[in-house]
Design a protein around this ligand. Sequence first.
Ligand SMILES: *[C@@H]1O[C@H](CO)[C@@H](O)[C@H](O)[C@H]1NC(C)=O
Ligand SMILES: *[C@@H]1O[C@H](CO)[C@@H](O)[C@H](O)[C@H]1NC(C)=O
Ligand SMILES: *[C@@H]1O[C@H](CO)[C@@H](O)[C@H](O)[C@H]1NC(C)=O
Ligand SMILES: *[C@@H]1O[C@H](CO)[C@@H](O)[C@H](O)[C@H]1NC(C)=O
Ligand SMILES: *[C@@H]1O[C@H](CO)[C@@H](O)[C@H](O)[C@H]1NC(C)=O
Length: 327
Amino acid sequence: MNRYLKLLFAIIFTACILAYSNLFQFHGYCSYVNSEKQIFENSTSPEFPKNLKLRDKTLENSLEICRGDNLKECIPPLMKYKQLYRTSRPNNLVACVIEKTFSTFLTAIMCFLHDQKAFRESNRTLESDIYGERLCKDKNEFTELKKIEKWQKMSIFAVVRNPVDRFVSGFTDKCLREKVWRKYKSRCASCRTNLTCFVDKMYDRMMKFAKNPYKGIDFDDSHFFPQSWRCEFSSHLVKYQILQLDGPNFTDQILGLLEERGVESDGIQFINASLHYRTPHSTQDSVERATVEETVLNSPYLLRKILQMYYFDFLLFGYRLPDIPVV
Ligand SMILES: *[C@@H]1O[C@H](CO)[C@@H](O)[C@H](O)[C@H]1NC(C)=O
Ligand SMILES: *[C@@H]1O[C@H](CO)[C@@H](O)[C@H](O)[C@H]1NC(C)=O
Ligand SMILES: *[C@@H]1O[C@H](CO)[C@@H](O)[C@H](O)[C@H]1NC(C)=O
Ligand SMILES: *[C@@H]1O[C@H](CO)[C@@H](O)[C@H](O)[C@H]1NC(C)=O
Ligand SMILES: *[C@@H]1O[C@H](CO)[C@@H](O)[C@H](O)[C@H]1NC(C)=O
C-alpha cells in the first residue's frame, strides 16, 4: 500500500512540474499553488500583467520564473550528479547525505547505529564525530545504491532543506567565515566574498553541467548544486522518505523513523540528547548569515537567479517559492 501511495505522489510531483513549466494547461491542481491560483488562472490573457499589478504592486510572481519560454533559463531538475550513502545494517536503513543539509550529524548518527557498541567504546559523541576523523570512514559509506547489498529491501531516506537557506548558509560558512578560498584559490568560484559574482558563476556552472554532465567532484559543486541532483533521485525518488530539516517536526520525524526501524530507546535517547543541542535554526543563526539572507531576498537580480537554479528543488521538496521584490 505504502509503495502505491509513494508512486501516486511521484506522479503528482511530476504532473506539477509539467504544470509549472507550462507544458500542459493544467496548473492549479497542485495544492501549494492554490492561494496563487486565482491570480494566475487567466495568465494567458493579455491583461494579465496589468491584473497582477493591480493585486500587488511590489511582487513579481516567482512561479512564472520557469514557465513557458522562461523554462530554458532554469536549471533542470533531477540530473545525476553525486551521491553519498551511509548504512545501518542492524536497522536495515540507508541514509543519503547531502552537503550543507545536516550531513555531518546524519553521518555520525548512521555511524552510531551501524555499530553502537564500537561508537560508545570510542567515547565519541555525535558532535565530536566530525567529518575528517569520523569513526565509520569507509565502513558504512557508499557512493552508489547498487553497491549496497540488497538495498532494495532496505528503507531509504534523505534530509532536505530550503534551497535559499542552504545557499545562504553555504556561502556564509564557506566563503565569508571559513574563507576556504584562502587555502584553495578556486573555491567559492574564485569570487572570494563577492556574492553577486558567486551567484553568477554557480549559475553558469550548473548550466554547464546540465548541458553536458562532466565527471569530477568539485568542492563548490558539492555544496551548491541542486538537491534534486543528489541521491539518485532521478531514478529512485519514489523509494525515499524525505524529511525537511526546517520542517516543523524534524526531530520528531527523524526519531520516529529510527524507532520504526527498530532503534531501541537507549539509542533514541542518545541521539535525542544531541539533537536537542542543535535545533536547525538557533545554532546556525548569525548576524552574517542574516545579512546575506536579507541581501538575497531584497535583490531581484540575485533572488531571481537563485530561484532559476533551485526552482525545481522548491517544488519537488514542498517548499514555498519566495516572492521576488520589484524595484
Ligand atoms: C480571461 O481573459 C479573457 C481574455 O481577456 C477574458 O475574456 C475572460 O473573461 C477572463 N477570465 C477571467 C476569469 O477573468
Ligand atoms: C573511554 O573512556 C574510558 C573511561 O574513561 C577509558 O577507560 C577508555 O580507555 C576510553 N576509550 C578510548 C577508546 O578512548
Ligand atoms: C562583484 O562581482 C560583480 C560581478 O562579477 C562585479 O560586477 C562587482 O564589481 C564585484 N564587486 C566588488 C566589490 O568587487
Ligand atoms: C508536529 O508538530 C505539531 C506542532 O508543532 C504537533 O502538533 C504535532 O503533533 C507534531 N506531529 C508529529 C508527528 O510529531
Ligand atoms: C527528546 O528530548 C526532549 C527533551 O529532553 C523530550 O521532551 C522528548 O520527549 C524526547 N523525545 C523522545 C522521542 O525521546
